[in-house]
Design a protein around this ligand. Structure first.
Ligand code: COI
Length: 354
């Protein structure tokens, strides 16, 4: 498929790399492509970043039929721009598309369009330590129609944002609030899709947690409200007596690419690994008997986020010594070293942009 390019006339002033937050500034260009039943995905173009004009009846605004992805482009010390396992993001995008009744995209074309867009915007990939260019592919339902059914037309767009740390805490421990009152997703629903509904569902609980002085929520399963599922917008890991445990992907949990990378590295390092159900009671008991060594979250945005406090009912636990645990530190260093080209890439996770 052709990819048309229209360059911006007046490029924006770029922000100071050392002051970047997350997702606040956007680059000069974006990718756009449309879908209609008679023509399939068509009219692929890279053009100046700008608003998407929508009829007020556009279906995504009413029923939330949409999917998105999140990945990053990294600048190496010798100036190369590279992606981390982007084929996984594109494959997950199509899995989310299936769940949300959205027509799938050609994965090779989508990846080549992302690479082309990043190459055009390569000067926007920041240089300051631990910064990157966040890539946000999205598809939204475009029919102007108020009946409830899958849309017939769609817009696929990709925008780019130079980013620093996701959490203001940076790579510092988070305080987590466990709730059995609010739930994020239920098996048989859309929890494993990267779709706005899951993030909307998490907002109220997260606000309650914030008011109580915590950074994020630790989500339990929606049925028995005992099994740990995710932390905030991240997958979760526990180090229990030297074993690295994480909940299995049962349909309500997002299949994280950082999660998969942590598991792959642990297996390479001969760390005992278990994808198994973990209950909140097991974690409380493990803390009491001294076998709970670490808790951390994993995600594209924050990479690894150590957890140092966990509040459940009327108990508040301090995890480890309240600092960053050695496993969290080791995974963070290993993954970011590969992403920024500071270490070997024995698994072929790196994809150069040009
Ligand atoms: C991630 O951890 O990468 C996320 O999913 C966060 C994103 C929604 C900003």
């Amino acid at each position: 498929m052709d990819l048309r390019l229209e360059r911006v006339e007046n490029p924006k002033k770029r922000p100071d790399d050392s002051k970047l937050g997350f997702g606040q500034v956007f680059t000069d260009h974006m990718f756009n492509m449309d879908y209609a039943p008679e023509s399939g995905w068509h009219n692929a173009r890279i053009e100046p970043y700008g608003p998407i004009v929508m009829d007020p009846a556009t279906m995504v605004l009413h029923y939330g039929q949409a999917i998105f992805e999140g990945l990053k482009a990294y600048r190496t010390s010798d100036g190369k721009i590279q992606l981390f396992r982007p084929e996984r993001n594109v494959a997950r995008f199509n899995r989310s598309a299936q769940i949300m009744c959205i027509p799938e995209v050609d994965e090779a074309f989508a990846l080549s369009a992302i690479k082309r867009l990043v190459a055009i915007e390569k000067d926007w990939v920041p240089r300051a330590p631990e910064t990157s260019l966040y890539i946000r592919p999205t598809i939204v339902a475009m029919d102007p129609y108020l009946g409830v059914r899958p849309s017939h037309t769609y817009r696929f767009f990709v925008i780019l944002s130079p980013v620093g740390a996701y959490y203001p805490e940076g790579f510092n421990p988070l305080k987590i609030w466990v709730t059995d009152k609010y739930v994020r997703a239920v098996r048989g629903g859309v929890g494993e899709a990267k779709t706005p509904a899951n993030y909307a569902a998490s907002l109220f609980g997260a606000e309650v947690a914030k008011e109580a002085g915590y950074t994020q929520v630790l989500w339990l399963d929606a049925v028995e409200r005992r099994y740990i599922e995710e932390v905030g917008t991240m997958n979760i890991f526990f180090v229990l007596n030297g074993e690295l445990a994480t909940p299995p992907l049962g349909g309500s949990i997002l299949p994280g690419i950082t999660r998969d990378s942590v598991l792959a590295l642990a297996r390479r390092w001969n760390v005992p690994v278990a994808e198994r159900p973990v209950t909140i009671d097991e974690i409380m008991d493990a803390h009491k008997n001294g076998s709970l060594q670490e808790i951390f979250g994993s995600g594209t945005a924050a990479v690894i986020s150590p957890v140092n406090h966990l509040a459940w009912r009327d108990e508040e636990l301090t995890i480890g010594d309240g600092g960053v645990g050695p496993m969290a530190q080791k995974f963070y260093a290993a993954i970011t070293d590969i992403q920024y080209g500071r270490a070997e890439d024995p698994s072929g996770w790196i994809v150069p942009v040009e």
